[in-house]
Design a protein around this ligand. Structure first.
Ligand SMILES: [Mg+2]
Length: 174
């Protein structure tokens, strides 16, 4: 089901093809914080991710969109010099819409990047933006997130199986 399917599935934000995004007309990145840029089990941004943020900030308008409400996310956003929409209640669209307004961009010009199907991917798909799902930076997470990850893995596995079955059926019919 398209709602559960990211446009791209990558290991890390550092694997994103920025040239391809630019060519596709993407000008803004709405990026999740916890376990996408900042591992849940530390409060330090990995150096490779920090370098990535510096390079994308030079080419794209970037806004952090986080469901987190703790003061720490404000601090991290400040350290990174990035605007932030916190308490986002993703996958609801309001925070993404606010972030796009802050960046002065339309949804067709934005990509949502994050590590979770039920917040980032579904949120971006509901909104109609490009969605890029990355692997979580750490296995540590909130208990409800860990439970959702099991469901997430099951849904994505079934989606892959359904698509594979459809492709093989199409190949047989050709
Ligand atoms: Mg996350």
């Amino acid at each position: 089901m398209a709602l559960f399917r990211p446009s791209q599935r990558l290991a890390s934000v550092t694997d994103i093809d920025l040239d391809a995004l630019e060519s596709a007309g993407i000008r803004g990145l709405l990026v999740d914080l916890d376990n996408t840029l900042l591992p849940r089990d530390t409060s330090v941004i990995p150096p490779a991710v920090e370098a990535w943020i510096t390079s994308v900030s030079a080419r794209f308008r970037v806004c952090l969109v986080s469901n987190n409400w703790h003061h720490r996310v404000q601090e991290v956003a400040g350290e990174l010099g990035l605007p932030l929409v916190a308490k986002a209640i993703k996958p609801l669209p309001f925070a993404f819409i606010k972030a796009m307004r802050m960046l002065g961009l339309r949804r067709s010009q934005c990509a949502v990047i994050g590590d979770q199907l039920f917040t980032d991917v579904i949120g971006g798909n509901l909104l109609g933006t490009l969605t890029i799902m990355v692997d979580p930076l750490s296995h540590a997470d909130l208990i409800h997130t860990l439970l959702l990850r099991r469901l997430e893995a099951r849904i994505m596995k079934e989606d892959r199986a359904t698509r594979a079955a459809r492709q093989s059926k199409d190949a047989t019919c050709e």
